[in-house]
Design a binder for this molecule. Sequence first.
Ligand SMILES: Cc1cc2nc3c(=O)[nH]c(=O)nc-3n(C[C@H](O)[C@H](O)[C@H](O)COP(=O)(O)OP(=O)(O)OC[C@H]3O[C@@H](n4cnc5c(N)ncnc54)[C@H](O)[C@@H]3O)c2cc1C
Length: 493
Amino acid sequence: MTNDSTIHCDVAVAGGALAGLSAALFAAGQGRSVVVLEAGQRTGGTALFSGGAIHIEGRQGWDEYQGLVPLADPVLGKMLAERYEEFIQWLASTGAPGRVGELVYRDRSFFGFQMGGTSMPVGKLKFFDYLHQRVEELGGKVLLGARGTRLIVENGQVKGIVAHQGAREITVRARSVVLATGGFQANPALLEKFVSRAPDHVAQRATSNARGDGLQMALDIGAKLSPRMETFYGHLLPAPPCKINWTHGYYLDPILLSSYYAKHAIVVNIHGERFADEGPGETNAVLANEASRQPTGGLWVIMDSTIRQNFARYEIPRDALKRPSSIRHIGFLKYLGLLRTDGRLVVALDSLRLARDRGAVVIEANSVTELAARLGPHGVNDDGLQKTLADFNAKVTHGAAMELPIPKTKLAHKIATPPFFAIKVVAGVSLTHGGVAINAKAQVLDQNDAPIPGLFAAPGTAGGIHHLYYGGSHSTCGVFGMIAGESASAALG
Ligand SMILES: Cc1cc2nc3c(=O)[nH]c(=O)nc-3n(C[C@H](O)[C@H](O)[C@H](O)COP(=O)(O)OP(=O)(O)OC[C@H]3O[C@@H](n4cnc5c(N)ncnc54)[C@H](O)[C@@H]3O)c2cc1C
């Protein structure tokens, strides 16, 4: 039985994660009536799986930012860099729980905001519960399990959005609509169309609701695509059949299983050849982007036991150890161990063992020859891999990793201590950089670069700001979410 209904409001927002709730909270704070449609059963989206740090590359504003982060669109990039600090201060002023100030994130320090004050899942849950509740305290409505499917357009002006909540159709008649449904990373057809012709090399590293709905709704009414549709922010993940749990309450799986260790190792394609500089790791997404475009058949991270012991680990943040409840999940305890790094004793989780137990394809061998032979049946060229390893080790031994045909600019470790390991990986897509074209006011543009009246969007639905380097994805979503809320509100006069 259906129970269709119509709701009237000033601003309708599709997507109840960081971008959408930033837009909604900003507009509600301006006294606008707001309705948020969230397809999932709770707010928060992809950020629930992340470390929860909102950060931006560089500390000196636009001048430094543009030097550090190659941009697809300098106008949008400038807006991001210039309004970032204001966004952090505004977020803090809403009462959102978190820590503002100096954050250390993967060995680099930033001015930013740690959601809920801790990188453990409890922090993000607290943060998003607060944003959700605050929108409602300001008179807004948040509808869970409500998927926006179609924009309402009258006389060239967007006038609302139609959503489905189970069998119920909801018509939200609004004076402005903000699309904040994330990117299209969980939509294999769109990934194949825009990002990679090798679908076995890419996988979502985000909420499964990031299906590109906002992009599709905007395209349906004539919106323009942004540049750099083919690029994304992401990391390597163990390939299927490894089971990464995106649905249970741990919210830790995607981080603990991400192949962050790949930067210390080498990554090869089915020819047994390296295809990208692994060294920069998470400071850019070149490795994951190049991985997505390799010939179909499989990608492998290759390491020896020294690399495995020292780096195929996830260091549990100190703040988590102060609150045992945040790592209480019994399923992870058997993977924890003590590790000495930089003279410090830290608690670390064995990522490779966890991956293997979750079904990842991990090959172990006592020599390079044996490893190459065992990868043969998986389609990897045996001779190619042996040559790659021999050339790599020869250059590393002479401190000449920069002279390799594909230089390794950092973290070049010799791969020589048995046993040797190979783990099959895919490029995990956290946020697609391409999407709907917007201007610096987050207005969605038509084919003639004119704003579509009444329609706004934030990344990942909006695209074209970054390519490859992301410079902070929460900051991009949050800053443009705030701008979308501001512009949607201002457009009402
Ligand atoms: C393991 C991991 C680690 C990460 N680490 C970092 C990090 O350290 N720093 C960083 O900056 N970024 C990081 N990220 C990326 C970052 O979390 C995301 O890029 C960001 O949260 C995306 O926010 P968003 O609001 O655009 O989209 P999403 O979070 O994808 O949200 C979109 C929301 O819209 C909803 N939705 C989708 N379709 C519809 C529809 N049709 N109608 C209504 N609702 C809809 C979805 O359910 C979802 O709630 C990480 C991601 C992962 C997975």
